[in-house]
Ligand binder design. Structure first.
Ligand SMILES: [Zn+2]
Length: 189
C-alpha cells in the first residue's frame, strides 16, 4: 500500500513504500507486495492512458532489468528478477480493459455475480444460437451480440467512472457473458 513503510534489506533504512530503491544505500526494494496500479504508478481507476501505462511499464522494466544486478548480491538479483516479472504481469493485466476491470473489482473486494443471477437471459441467448442455422442469420446474431457487448462495456465504463463498483461488477458479468455468447456464435459460422 502506498503510504506504508518498507524496510531496506541492505541497511535497515525505513523507506516510504512506492520507491524502487533505498535512498540511503540504493539497494533494490521488493515491490511484489504492491498492487498492479501502484507498481505501474497509475491511478487506481478504470480509465487510464495506455500511453502513460506503456511509458511507466518500460521505465520500470529498465529499472529492474536483471542485467543491471549481475554484479550485485544474489538477494538483489533475486528481487530484480521477481520485480521484473511482476511488472510484466501488471502491465498485461492492466492493458486489457476486461482484465483491468476484473482486477479493479477484485482489489475493491466486490463479488462478481455469476450467470445464475440472470439465468433467463442466459437460456434465451443459448436458444437463439441453437435455433440459428443459416449463415446470414448467424451473421445477424453476431452483430446483435456485438451491440449488446458494446452496450455493457459502455455501462461498465460509466459505473467505474461513477465509482459504483457493485454496478460495475454486475456490468462486468454481462460483458463476460456476451463475450462467451459471441464466441459460441462465431464457432457456428
Ligand atoms: Zn538501504
Amino acid at each position: 500500500m502506498l503510504g506504508a513503510i518498507v524496510i531496506c534489506d541492505g541497511c535497515g533504512n525505513e523507506e516510504l513504500s512506492g520507491s524502487c530503491s533505498c535512498s540511503k544505500c540504493s539497494h533494490i526494494l521488493d515491490i511484489t507486495y504492491m498492487n498492479f496500479f501502484e507498481i505501474l504508478c497509475v491511478e487506481e481507476k478504470f480509465q487510464l492512458s495506455k500511453h502513460q501505462l506503456k511509458d511507466n511499464f518500460i521505465k520500470k522494466l529498465q529499472l529492474f532489468h536483471p542485467d543491471l544486478y549481475c554484479n550485485k548480491s544474489a538477494a538483489e538479483m533475486d528481487i530484480a528478477t521477481k520485480n521484473s516479472s511482476i511488472v510484466s504481469r501488471a502491465y498485461n493485466m492492466l492493458l486489457d480493459p476486461v482484465s483491468r476491470a476484473r482486477y479493479l473489482i477484485e482489489i475493491k473486494n466486490i463479488p462478481i455475480p455469476n450467470e445464475s443471477g440472470f439465468i433467463t437471459e442466459v437460456l434465451e441467448w443459448n436458444e437463439k444460437i441453437e435455433d440459428t442455422s443459416s449463415v446470414l442469420e448467424l451473421q445477424q446474431l453476431v452483430e446483435e451480440v456485438n451491440r449488446m457487448l458494446s452496450i455493457y462495456k459502455s455501462q461498465m465504463e460509466k459505473d467505474f467512472s461513477d465509482m459504483e463498483y457493485e454496478k460495475a461488477a454486475a456490468s462486468y458479468a454481462k460483458v463476460k457473458f456476451f463475450m462467451r455468447v459471441l464466441d459460441s456464435a462465431k464457432k457456428r459460422l
